[in-house]
Design a protein around this ligand. Structure first.
Ligand code: G3I
Length: 381
């Protein structure tokens, strides 16, 4: 594990911090010198996804939280294909370079997200119908991007979200042109470009048995045919109740049994009503009928104490489980730094007020933050 750099932000012993303005009565008192990263040091890396504002130095408060509390970073959007390789022969590394500099300066475990993903792809890639052309673009993309950060980016999400919910391969533009071997080919290309980087397959909804089985069969196949794959990334966009702790434990055990470590790569806990439950079997990604509906965004001003405590308990329970299985877990990364900037304010319904992270809209640590620091880690140290 890389050395963890600790700076002054959180070394205020016993600071009493008011979490939600000061109108809310949930108080978080910091009782020791631990940061999230130091608390779990030696067990797993502790990371946060950072947006462009943080990368470019335009959000100093978030940056302070990131560099003091975490020892790993992931770019929320800035290394995705549409931004970094917008045209066939045009690469734009301005923001990506700043991202990597920030991680190096703070001695962090730097994650690259994501090399091959059907979403946030450049326009020129969307409608390709020619295997040779597709292979050329993919090869050029992986070679150019991975080589540029060789020895600097520690882990790559090499392929992202390639599976359907039933465990079959998604019929993406990559699959359409290159067939099912595109996954192993991309892993081989990444290895060639940086043999030392940790190469990860990343996806969501691992709690669904069929999907998990499909992905883990692919992992086992890659391993048995000698393709370098170093881990599985479980995104972990969860809510207060689902998936259950038993389901999460099963994910950890099954990934471990497939022969690779697990990373929880995009952890956040939504506290808002789930629109999928409201529309029953009519599952659709278009929930615009709920926009502005106060039932779907019941906490526009602040999170009630009761829910704040539920969130804290949920995070505490999850981290207890992570510590129990820390020998199988490489990294835990939160998908964002503070609630105001979370993608969950706009997905799956636009314009809601969600509270999924550890820092509130005033950049203060929430009860959930404290509850994680209270997780006992001694038995593993
Ligand atoms: O770049 C445009 C900008 O030009 C425009 O002015 C602005 C106006 O809304 O939109 C910008 O694009 C946004 C983009 O993020 C970059 O900021 C999109 O609207 C927005 O939908 C997009 O959302 C991102 C989403 O991936 C796209 O699928 C989220 O920020 C990001 O958190 C999310 O992250 C994904 C992981 O990469 C993979 N796993 C799931 C996770 C959550 O969806």
């Amino acid at each position: 594990m890389k050395r963890i750099k600790k700076i002054s932000y959180i070394s205020i012993v016993s600071a009493i911090i008011c979490t939600i303005g000061c109108a809310n009565t949930v108080l978080v008192s910091k009782t020791n010198n631990s940061t999230l990263a130091t608390h779990f040091k030696g067990l797993f890396h502790l990371g946060a996804a950072i947006n462009e504002e943080i990368i470019l130095g335009n959000d100093q408060k978030s940056e302070n939280i990131v560099t003091s509390e975490f020892n790993s970073i992931t770019p929320e959007n800035s290394l995705k294909w549409m931004f970094i390789h917008p045209k066939p022969n045009t690469f734009d590394f301005n923001t990506a370079d700043r991202y990597v500099e920030l991680g190096l300066k703070n001695d962090m475990y730097i994650v690259g997200h994501a090399l091959v993903w059907h979403n946030q792809l450049a326009d020129f890639m969307q409608n390709i119908d020619n295997a040779v052309e597709m292979q050329e673009y993919v090869t050029n993309h992986v070679n150019t991007v991975v080589s540029r950060y060789r020895g600097k980016i520690d882990a790559w999400d090499v392929v992202n979200e390639a599976f359907n919910e039933d465990g079959t391969l998604r019929k993406s533009v990559f699959f359409h042109n290159l067939g099912e071997n595109y996954i192993s080919d991309v892993f081989k290309l990444a290895e060639k470009a940086d043999p030392e980087a940790n190469l990860i397959y990343n996806d969501y909804n691992f709690y669904k048995q069929e999907k998990r089985a499909g992905i883990l069969n692919m992992v086992k196949k890659l391993k048995s045919s000698g393709v370098k794959i170093d881990g599985v990334g479980v995104q972990a966009h969860w809510d207060l109740a689902s998936p259950s702790l038993d389901q999460i434990e099963q994910i950890i055990l099954d990934v471990h049994a497939a022969g690779v470590p697990v990373s929880f790569t995009e952890l956040d806990i939504s506290v808002l009503p789930n629109p999928w439950e409201m529309v029953g079997a009519e599952v659709t990604q278009n929930f615009s009928q709920f926009e502005g509906d106060s039932k779907m965004s019941p906490y526009p001003n602040q999170l009630p104490n009761k829910v704040q405590k539920q969130l804290a308990k949920r995070y505490h329970d999850i981290f207890q489980l992570f510590v129990k299985h820390s020998d199988k877990i490489e990294r835990v990364t939160f998908w964002g730094v503070m609630d105001k900037h979370s993608w969950l304010n706009d997905w799956p319904i636009k314009g809601r007020t969600n509270y999924p992270l550890l820092f509130d809209r005033n950049y203060n640590p929430k009860l959930a933050y404290q509850s994680i620091l209270e997780v006992e880690t001694k038995q593993q140290n």
